[in-house]
Design a binder for this molecule. Structure first.
Ligand SMILES: [Zn+2]
Length: 69
C-alpha cells in the first residue's frame, strides 16, 4: 500500500483536529502534523448521530405502518 503524504510538504504524519465553522457544525479536520495543510474532513459526529437516529426512527415508523399498528 502507498504511504499517505502531505501534498504541500510531503510529511507522512497527520493529526485530527476539531474545526470551528460558522453555522455551528464542528467537523474534524485531518491535517498534516508538520505544516497544518488540511487533507481531509470528518463530519460533525453529533450531526451524523442525529441523522442516523432520525433514519432509524423513520424506518421503525414505516415498519409499524405496514403492519397496521
Ligand atoms: Zn504538510
Amino acid at each position: 500500500m502507498a504511504t499517505s503524504r502531505c501534498p504541500k510538504c510531503e510529511s507522512g504524519t497527520f493529526e485530527a483536529t476539531p474545526l470551528s465553522v460558522r453555522g455551528g457544525n464542528k467537523p474534524t479536520a485531518i491535517q498534516c502534523a508538520n505544516c497544518g495543510a488540511i487533507v481531509g474532513l470528518l463530519p460533525d459526529t453529533g450531526e451524523v448521530a442525529k441523522v442516523i437516529a432520525s433514519s432509524i426512527q423513520k424506518t421503525i415508523a414505516d415498519a409499524l405502518k405496514k403492519t397496521g399498528k
